[in-house]
Design a protein around this ligand. Structure first.
Ligand code: AMP
Length: 341
């Protein structure tokens, strides 16, 4: 029997509940500090206790996973806490494409893949001297929006950067990525692509709630102007969104373009769940500033199934359950190598 394993964070509960519902064994790689939390959930069959998630790379942990015929489900925590080299060295089969995770972590590669997929992107600004409009300044990797800031001129960029360095949020030698700020309604488009059926499924949309940039909208302009604090984009949680039906066709096209582009640049392509993240402007034009090449935590809002999946499946289907279903089908057909790397 195949087992499903993941790291104890991000969307682990959803992933393992979905696996259990599909009748698969569930394994959680759990940091000691989180043991109490995860022991509350009876659908987790086995906990591998670690001091740090990096221990997933150790022979001992990999042996346990191998003995269980485990497939590892990658998520944001794996990317945030391990280097691309470390992820690529994992011996346990990784669901989806572990090679594409490097394209998610590296800003230059990310931009290249998004261009290849024809996604409309905000203009990058290569030198702070060239800041003419409102820009957002980002850190490398999956920093989760912490330490990001906005600026409308080189001077403002320098002031805020220096302030964040003195506060210990940024380090002096950190390379920052600058991009024009895209204003509008945030929409994080969640998909699943199955290489078994060659079908792209649209799962749902979420919005992220980020602190403390959102808190700023709750205080009067007078107090905003007096505030010296640089607001951050640290994700706190997610909420659901459904789109105008007239936007769906374009959503599928963007997803398909992304899948096609990934097939061209990073074999075996964009298999499994992924997310295209951006904003809709006043003309309902989508601008994408980011993608995630694996399950996103925003799918946690649909643990009982999403509105769009209720159109495709006559049962409650979470993203975690969809992943487990794919693994089950591939195992039965002896095609696990098609959906793992
Ligand atoms: P990211 O790490 O690129 O996902 O960015 C984190 C957050 O910053 C996003 O969830 C958005 O709220 C915001 N953001 C990033 N890029 C842009 C942009 N170009 N325009 C507007 N908001 C952005």
């Amino acid at each position: 029997m195949t087992a499903i394993a993941t790291l104890g964070s991000h969307c682990a509960l959803q992933v393992l509940k979905g696996a259990k519902d599909e009748g698969l064994k569930t394994i959680l790689v759990c940091e000691k500090k989180r043991e109490k939390l995860y022991r509350r959930f009876p659908f987790i069959d086995e906990l591998i206790m670690v001091d740090s998630f990096k221990e997933v790379l150790d022979a001992k942990c990999q042996k346990t996973l191998e003995e269980n015929n485990a497939v590892l489900i990658p998520h944001g925590t794996l990317i945030a806490q391990m280097s691309s080299e470390e992820i690529e060295s994992i011996k346990t089969p990784v669901f989806g494409n572990k090679w594409i995770l490097r394209w998610e972590s590296d800003r230059v590669m990310k931009e290249k893949l998004m261009r290849e997929a024809n996604l409309p992107m905000p203009k990058p600004v290569t030198d702070p001297k060239d800041i003419e409009k409102l820009v957002i300044v980002k850190r490398q990797g999956a920093a989760g929006g912490k330490g990001y800031f906005m600026a409308a001129s080189e001077e403002e960029y320098n002031t805020k950067r220096n302030q964040l360095i003195s506060e210990g949020v940024l380090s002096k030698d950190e390379t920052l990525y600058i991009q024009e700020y895209a204003a509008g309604v945030l929409a994080y488009l969640q998909f699943f692509y199955s290489p078994l059926t060659n079908e792209l499924e649209f799962f749902g949309v979420d919005q992220r709630h980020e602190s403390d940039i959102e808190g700023l909208g709750r205080i009067p302009a007078e107090q905003q102007l007096k505030s010296k604090k640089v607001p951050s984009f640290n994700v706190i949680g997610n909420s659901p969104l459904v789109l105008r039906e007239s936007l769906l066709d374009e959503v599928y096209t963007m997803g398909e373009n992304f899948v096609e582009a990934a097939k061209r640049v990073v074999a075996p392509g964009m298999n499994g769940p992924f997310c295209i993240e951006g904003v809709y402007d006043e003309n309902a034009k989508f601008t994408s500033f980011e993608f995630s090449a694996r399950i996103v935590a925003g799918t946690n809002i649909y643990m009982d199934g999403s509105p769009y999946y209720s159109l495709l499946f006559n049962e409650n289907m979470s993203m975690g359950k969809r992943i487990a279903r794919e693994i089950k089908i591939a195992t039965e057909k002896n095609q696990l190598d098609k959906i793992t790397t």
